[in-house]
Design a protein around this ligand. Structure first.
Ligand code: NAG
Ligand code: NAG
Ligand code: NAG
Length: 238
């Protein structure tokens, strides 16, 4: 899956970028540990997982999504990476390079982790999670500002995000971005996306579930992001 040349290259860019500490793209918003098993440093799982993460940094930016597995049996590591749909490739790369350096220590010695960053998200685990909606891991983030008319705002938000969810589930990149007019000169912007291991139907189900959580978590909030293990939604009024 991975040549030693590539590994050296990634090590080099990782080293250069980190030593300069120039990361606007890097900002962890949350994380969760997802496995019931542990591993030890430098055991075969550790090696497989690290190689897999390097592969994902290399593989993901051109399309915004990457997935893969490495190793055999109980040492096999599964992982996927997703960049925010509106982020240029260079910032996707920056985010993932930072993410692979950050994620390893978050859950150690747990065999699985998912972490969400401003421009990307990364997940690895010792079990095959591809194609299955992750309902367990999510992170909610909202701005302090409230809207003046929560009821109609909530309706507009649900309508916009639901139509984007429909669009995303049918699109090859499993993402959709759109906006609608609000009061005065304000607009409501929405973005939804799924990890592309999901089927079209599962993507829609994942997004629909997150959208239906909005009234409970974030009623009246102008700007909301719900990050999930399999799908993300966000809206902001500007
Ligand atoms: C995994 O490691 C954690 C932290 O060291 C420990 O609390 C936990 O009991 C371990 N779990 C297993 C299944 O060994
Ligand atoms: C994306 O990366 C470029 C090049 O490093 C940088 O100039 C730009 O500010 C980044 N964009 C964002 C939105 O962070
Ligand atoms: C928004 O509403 C919440 C709950 O009513 C309140 O605690 C908070 O201070 C409000 N935020 C602003 C910026 O006014």
């Amino acid at each position: 899956m991975l040549s030693s040349k590539l590994t050296s290259f990634l090590f080099l860019i990782t080293f250069v970028l980190c030593s300069q500490n120039v990361f606007a793209a890097y900002e962890r918003v949350g994380h969760a540990c997802v496995s019931s098993e542990n591993f030890t440093s430098n055991d075969p799982y550790d090696t497989n997982m690290k190689e897999l993460l390097s592969y994902l940094v290399y593989e993901t930016p051109s399309t915004g999504f990457g997935m893969g597995s490495k190793g055999e049996g109980q040492n096999r590591a599964y992982g996927s990476a997703l960049c925010r749909a509106d982020v240029p490739q260079v910032n996707c790369t920056d985010c993932l390079v930072q993410a692979i350096n950050d994620i390893g220590s978050l859950c150690w010695p747990n065999k699985g982790a998912v972490a969400w960053y401003k421009y990307c998200q990364l997940k690895y685990s010792s079990s095959d999670h591809f194609g299955v909606i992750d309902h367990s891991n999510w992170h909610v983030n909202y701005g302090a500002e409230n809207v003046s008319e929560p009821t109609s705002f909530s309706q507009k938000t649900t309508n916009l995000l639901s139509s984007l969810a429909e669009e995303a589930s049918m699109s090859s990149k499993m993402s959709a971005i759109g906006n609608v007019e609000l009061y005065g000169s304000e607009k409501l912007y929405g973005l939804v996306q799924c990890t592309r291991d999901l089927s079209s139907m599962a993507c829609k189900e994942c997004l629909t579930r997150s959208i239906s959580a909005l009234p409970n978590c974030c009623s009246g909030k102008k700007s909301v992001r719900i990050y999930g293990g399999s799908c993300d939604i966000r809206h902001v009024a500007l």
